[in-house]
Design a binder for this molecule. Sequence first.
Ligand SMILES: Nc1ncnc2c1ncn2[C@@H]1O[C@H](COP(=O)(O)OP(=O)(O)OP(=O)(O)O)[C@@H](O)[C@H]1O
Ligand SMILES: [Mg+2]
Length: 362
Amino acid sequence: MATVTFDKATRIYPGSTKPAVDALDIEIADGEFLVLVGPSGCGKSTSLRMLAGLEDVNGGAIRIGDRDVTHLPPKDRDIAMVFQNYALYPHMTVADNMGFALKIAGVNKAEIRKKVEEAAKILDLTEYLDRKPKALSGGQRQRVAMGRAIVREPQVFLMDEPLSNLDAKLRVSTRTQIASLQRRLGITTVYVTHDQVEALTMGDRVAVLKDGLLQQVDTPRNMYDKPANLFVAGFIGSPAMNLVEVPVADGGVKFGNSVVPVERDALSSTSDKNVTVGVRPEHFDVAGADSDQGVAVVVNVVEELGSDAFVYGTAQIGGEAKDLVVRVGGRDVPEKGSTLHVVPRPGETHVFSTSTGARLSD
Ligand SMILES: Nc1ncnc2c1ncn2[C@@H]1O[C@H](COP(=O)(O)OP(=O)(O)OP(=O)(O)O)[C@@H](O)[C@H]1O
Ligand SMILES: [Mg+2]
């Protein structure tokens, strides 16, 4: 049973003045699957390594349960880590690889065998226990690395991009396995990825980092529906949310010929003449050709996915050409070069301050 708390945890690497992780504040519940996500260099691995004890903490604290582990060596933290490069010992069998940490800890052979067999059963590795890693597929090797962590029965699992060595298809199936395994074991897990789809599909909650600063920590649903700022809005979701700078109008903001309603209070918090409106590709309604609502989009490229399609086009908004992405039904695909009238769906728009990036709409 363990909660994990980052309490304004800060890491400043020697020789640097800017923190790689700046006052990170997250409380992770017992048994929760928390995903740290963000672009390369934003401080994900550093955060995880601080929790693991592999990186000094220069400010703030880290707690596991009610233990302050800020300055404890890694071995005293009761954690197990799975890395991107899972580095199995090539000369050892799968069973020996999985039991190695227990052997080092002086656990007796029979006990090790029992734990390894249990883990192998959970991971569907029983028939491979006597093989060497080189005789396994990438996905199986990844599961052995998971097994190594599981046999230790830690209070917390830490995983740093554990799927990045797998091909696209295997990543999808393995991410489901890891997520369901974690739920079954109920072990608090902090998982690092740069892939926002992985983050949304696996996490109970997702924490988005940028330049060492926490942007938002929320459930996948809230993160998608109510991104806290422009960065999160653009980062979460694929294809990305359409973000267009538009003038403030009466009762809302003007988006082509449509007015996107925004509560008066929200707009009064900004003195900007312009704000940024966000509309996800699936939140446009296609209107008839004679519609005087919304904007006219000239179709440049259509990406067909079978079930639906993404239209990449250009619209004139506020006298400027803007690229927009619109999702349409797979069987209602417009011709390249044609014009599509799209209207942002009421209640599905987002408004942000252009100057600060902060969310203005509720
Ligand atoms: N040992 C180190 N010494 C100095 N700077 C470091 C060190 N390790 C990382 N950094 C810097 O700290 C910042 C955060 O690095 P970190 O490895 O945590 O990023 P990340 O989010 O894990 O990125 P990626 O997705 O590429 O793995 C980066 O600017 C990086 O250059
Ligand atoms: Mg990293």
